[in-house]
Design a protein around this ligand. Structure first.
Ligand code: FDA
Length: 298
């Protein structure tokens, strides 16, 4: 961790809400569903599809998971009504994974059925490594029931080679990202070069499988590497898409769209933006560094 990054991470504890808000505004599509819908329409006009994330706080009892599920249902209904891409991203801990795994599964199943009715899709985000097995199990169960769900693999995890081979063979739709949580060296590669090499390797494993692959990165080295693999293997548009976070590397995003690649933007919104932003920044001070530089660097 660089000195700047650790200073920024510590400074967050005393950073006023308004300052966090100013930084977060670019990365979050507001507090309300109408604000998120306006952002989605704007992205659609630029040729990008979207996946919606309803921001949530840590939950303490199952009624909060049920409330989250209801919010997601309203999002799906609005997306269908407005003829926007019916695609949401969910975190299983917000659906009660750590409280009651069976009830969590039931909640996500019911959401995935609703998405299916609207011709949509539910992506199950990947959280820290203590959740990996349970998250993959939920995704596999729902997929085996014919529901339109996909999951996420994190290139920094040492286990990802095995998971990628298995999921590629199963035809599971997979989003490949680097991974955002802080993990110990036994569990995850720590060096940038190792994470990139793992990403590049596993992307090829997934492209060789039969599921749709989401290439989620803003790292130009990996974007170029993916572009080369897609070209070399003549991968059809139905088999892949690039994915990027709202507000990040917009020029690169527009360049990929201009080249004709399918690209989806991850659109987080909700009242819990403050806790989410601070937690994200603390979880990965390197990202806090990006935000800090974005704020003061121009
Ligand atoms: P890298 O971190 O090297 O970033 C490349 C460049 O992009 C940086 O130099 C910077 O300029 C810019 N950048 C990247 N992230 C930024 C940010 N947040 N703010 C400002 N600038 C930024 N992780 C996870 O563990 N589970 C998950 O389910 C997901 N889901 C997910 C979905 C989508 C669509 C994306 C794009 C990413 C995720 N992630 C994730 C996050 C992912 O694991 C990773 O932490 C970030 O994408 C940053 O890694 P990059 O590959 O972009 O490279």
């Amino acid at each position: 961790m660089s000195l700047l990054d650790s200073l920024v991470a510590r400074a967050l504890a005393v950073t006023p809400r308004s300052v966090v808000g100013r930084v977060a505004r670019r990365y979050i599509a507001g507090e309300t569903l109408p604000e998120a819908l306006a952002t989605i329409r704007g992205l659609a006009a630029r040729g990008a599809t979207t996946t919606v994330d309803v921001l949530g706080e840590f939950i303490r009892d199952f009624s909060e998971a049920e409330a989250t599920a209801r919010e997601y249902e309203s999002v799906l209904d609005a997306l269908v009504r407005e003829r926007l891409p019916v695609n949401v991203s969910v975190k299983l801990t917000a659906f009660g994974l750590l409280i009651d795994r069976e009830r969590c599964l039931a909640l996500v199943r019911s959401l995935a059925r609703r998405a299916a009715d609207g011709g949509g899709f539910v992506r199950i985000d990947m959280e820290d490594s203590s959740c990996t097995d349970a998250t993959l199990a939920v995704a596999r169960t729902l997929r085996s029931e014919g529901l339109p769900v996909g999951v996420v693999l994190q290139a920094y995890l040492r286990r990802t080679g095995d998971d990628a081979r298995a999921l590629a063979a199963e035809g599971m739709p997979v989003r490949l990202c680097k991974g955002i949580y802080r993990e110990p060296p036994e569990v995850a590669f720590q060096e940038r070069g190792e994470v990139r090499a793992s990403y590049s390797r596993n992307l090829r494993v997934l492209l060789n499988g039969s599921g749709r692959v989401a290439i989620a990165t803003h790292d130009e080295v990996l974007v170029d590497d993916a572009r080369a693999a897609l070209h070399e293997w003549s991968v059809p548009r139905e088999r892949y898409e690039y994915q990027m976070l709202l507000g990040v590397r917009e020029r690169l995003r527009d360049q990929l769209l201009g080249e004709g690649h399918p690209l989806r933007v991850y659109v987080p919104f909700g009242r819990a933006w403050y806790g989410y932003s601070v937690r994200r920044l603390r979880e990965n001070p390197a990202i806090a560094g990006h935000v800090f530089r974005a704020m003061f660097g121009r």
